[in-house]
Write a protein that binds this ligand. Structure first.
Ligand code: PMT
Length: 405
């Protein structure tokens, strides 16, 4: 599977003769379906022009940190949040040193410092510079920070010397980038996910619903696929494409969602309920369109069944993860929901008119009986990947305790 499809990748180019290879790399990433934005350092522009990269990426190239126009269009913080992966290719010895030192004195280094997404570098330099203790110490620091170091390759160099320091070929980098998105953490697991809103009909043309877009749930489905899981996604009415290899079941009402979930819950290992299911539905659905008559009308609502609690109460319950959307007392309400519904984990997100619902970004607090992790504001795709890693680890820990205890 091409895991690069729809991925947002920043190709960062620093000053090295290998910068010419970034043109081919950018073209190949786009051919694989990735959305690519190129960021160049000043010295990179001595080797290759932004115009070439603009033509190949199909987007304006970002070069300046202190450029009011560029910052207004998509500033360094937005770029940092936008990316699913930052790939610095080529990464010069100087750029590696600045990265390891946490510098932010140009656009590319500032983006790297501001981003919490995956960072990979493809070093390119003279073999003596690569072997130098300073470079090796910088590389060791970056490895400790979980930066992926891709290469370098051995061979003849532009300076006439032979040794380690050649940037990997675009084809090799493409393969590695594909693998970066595949963790295998959930291989062999069946993951059931709900996403989006439900619609509760009042009459044939009106309904009660909410602003959930499904983005959070769909991002989690994609991340679970990348982690090697079999994914069934029960989706309320949303305008989103189905991620590759996900089995999608479309539903409309809370009751349809409940039926679909219970049909699949017995065979799943992990259940993640991101859907914003209506808590109440109209008691009666009018057969015909309700006519405007009195100045006031009352709608009688009845409680819907709690799908999440029903799954957690199954005799052979999967590892069950709920979401809590709260406008206040976030952690207190979330923890009490987790306890009341007997969940293995709950993911709390603060919501409001411009937060959580129908946004590309989110902020999560992940709670389980004896633990808590906060994930700062980031793209839903990046958060989904981090969440899937945490769920896989927690589910594995519980499994191990049960099998040995
Ligand atoms: O879809 P997006 O636009 O990307 O927005 C994402 C989101 C904000 C909708 C998502 O991150 C989120 O918080 N989803 C849960 C919203 C919600 O309904 O929370 P709740 O606190 O009301 O419900 C608690 C949990 O019970 C949820 O896991 C919900 O799926 C589940 N539930 C609720 C009612 C019900 N009848 N059955 C349920 O299973």
């Amino acid at each position: 599977m091409d895991t690069l499809y729809n991925k947002r990748i920043i190709v960062g180019i620093s000053g090295s003769i290998a910068a010419y290879k970034s043109a081919e790399l950018t073209r190949r990433l786009r051919d694989a379906g990735a959305d690519v934005r190129v960021v160049m350092t000043r010295s990179a522009m001595e080797f290759i022009t932004p115009l070439t990269l603009q033509a190949l990426s199909g987007r304006a190239v970002h070069t300046e940190l202190m450029d009011a126009d560029a910052e207004a269009a998509m500033g360094h913080i937005e770029l940092a949040r936008w990316a699913d992966l930052i790939l610095i290719a080529p990464a010069s010895a100087d750029f590696i040193a600045r990265l390891s030192g946490g510098h932010a004195n140009d656009l590319l280094s500032a983006i790297c410092l501001a981003s919490q997404t995956q960072l990979a570098i493809a070093p390119a330099m003279n073999q003596a510079m690569w072997d130098n203790a300073a470079t090796q110490a910088n590389i060791a620091t970056l490895k400790q920070r979980e930066v992926s170091i891709l290469g370098p390759a051995q061979g003849s160099q532009a300076c006439g010397e032979t040794g380690p320091g050649r940037m990997l070929e675009p084809e090799q980098l493409l393969k590695i980038c594909n693998n970066l998105f595949q963790s295998g953490l959930m291989s062999g697991q069946h993951v059931l996910i709900t996403a989006g809103p439900t619609r509760e009909p009042i009459d044939p043309v009106r309904y009660i619903s909410n602003r959930s877009s499904g983005k959070m749930g769909f991002a989690i489905a994609e991340a679970a696929i990348e982690a090697g899981a079999d994914v069934t996604l029960i989706a309320g009415p949303v305008q989103l494409d189905t991620p590759e290899r996900v089995t999608r079941v479309d539903v409309e009402t809370a009751s349809q969602m409940q039926q679909a979930v219970l049909k699949h819950a017995g065979a799943c290992d992990i259940f993640i309920a991101t859907a914003a299911v209506a808590d109440y539905r109209p008691g009666l659905q009018a057969v015909n369109k309700i006519k405007k008559q009195a100045d006031e009308m009352q709608l009688k609502l009845v409680k819907t069944h709690d799908i999440l609690a029903a799954v957690a109460a199954l005799a052979k319950a999967p590892f069950t993860v709920g979401f809590a959307a709260e406008t206040d007392k976030l952690l207190e309400y979330a923890r009490s929901k987790m306890e009341r519904k007997n969940l293995n984990m709950i993911v709390a997100n603060p919501v409001g008119p411009t937060r959580g619902f129908d946004q590309d970004t989110n902020e999560l607090d992940i709670l389980w009986p004896n633990g808590h992790i906060h994930l700062d504001l980031n793209s839903k795709k990046t958060l989904a990947r981090k969440l899937i890693t945490i769920i896989a680890e927690r589910a594995h820990a519980i499994d191990t305790t049960e099998n040995t205890g």
